[in-house]
Design a protein around this ligand. Sequence first.
Ligand code: ATP
Ligand code: MG
Length: 348
Amino acid sequence: MHKRIAMFNHKGGVSKTTTTFHLGWMLASKGHRVVLVDADPQCNLSGLILGFKGETEFEKFYEAEGGNRNIRTGLAPAFESQPRAIEPVECVAVQGCDRLFLLPGHIRLSEYEVTLGIAQELSGSIQTLQNLPGSISYLLDVTANKYNADFVLVDMNPSLSSINQNLLMTSDFFIVPTSPDFFSVMAIESLSTVIPRWHTWAERARQNETLKSAAYPYPATNPKFIGSIIQKYRPRKGSATVGFQKWIDSINDRVANQLVKTLRPLGMVLPDNTYQAVPGLLPNYCLAQIADFNTLITKSQDHRTPVFALTDEQLGHVGTVLEGDRAKRQEFEGVFSNLAEQVETLTK
Ligand SMILES: Nc1ncnc2c1ncn2[C@@H]1O[C@H](COP(=O)(O)OP(=O)(O)OP(=O)(O)O)[C@@H](O)[C@H]1O
Ligand SMILES: [Mg+2]
């Protein structure tokens, strides 16, 4: 059975999309079958993988592809009361990486936001809306089954929307990507308030008879926090500079002393010995600190390839510059390989 991991932080620009892509690729190169889900109407993950830059390219893609090839058409049977069942989405095989698939996003997925919000508020008291709260999870599961996936990574939009509430609360696990700044510290604080509210809602949804008997029943999952990631700090001689270190320490402190303490009584953390099985994870629950990719980020985007998988040709340099790039590539390969191994251990 596959494991579904949500990349969640309502704060924008903390590397959710970049991490989803890099971690997914790394898990696939370690032999796992991985489906990446673009559940963000910004469609950055789909844009990155398919090489699209603007809405016109997406519109052309939706028109040309037809059939059931993105998250919105996948959900349409439930959200537009179409007389057909939800079917697995025809995913895109990601170029350059075996076993890695993309369930493309849709720039108008947000049109389903309000209806889902109402369905979730009323938790099944209106029969016509009863199929909605379980429908996204159902779509992701049948699609993952079609591709025989081991992991499903869900890239979410930066908000506290009803779609995010649904995606987070129906996942098996979640990771909170952050960046070393004041806003990420604030974000951890507000997550510590929001997630308990969502948990209360999900508990009610799980026990609701109407939602249980729906065509797409609301699943009986209670997601587990597996850790945070701190991205894009600027290292000097291999470790973070003093200014960044201050924010890294604050994030680690809030995660361990506020977020985890809030999640524990809700049953949303793993058993202690599972975290202990990952060397260095405790006491901060920080899975990885990832330095700024610097010049490698543009190469990565140009070639639709993670920084650690860029070839020498794609790096496009010679001599000492190439040597420097190779060293960086190797360093990031180590960071993401380690991250992937931690994810394997924590989700076992
Ligand atoms: N380690 C890194 N080094 C350099 N640039 C990075 C790194 N991680 C992410 N970026 C860049 O930072 C920007 C934000 O990253 P990304 O889009 O992954 O964040 P996000 O959390 O998905 O954003 P959003 O909330 O808008 O969905 C992007 O331009 C991305 O290329
Ligand atoms: Mg994103």
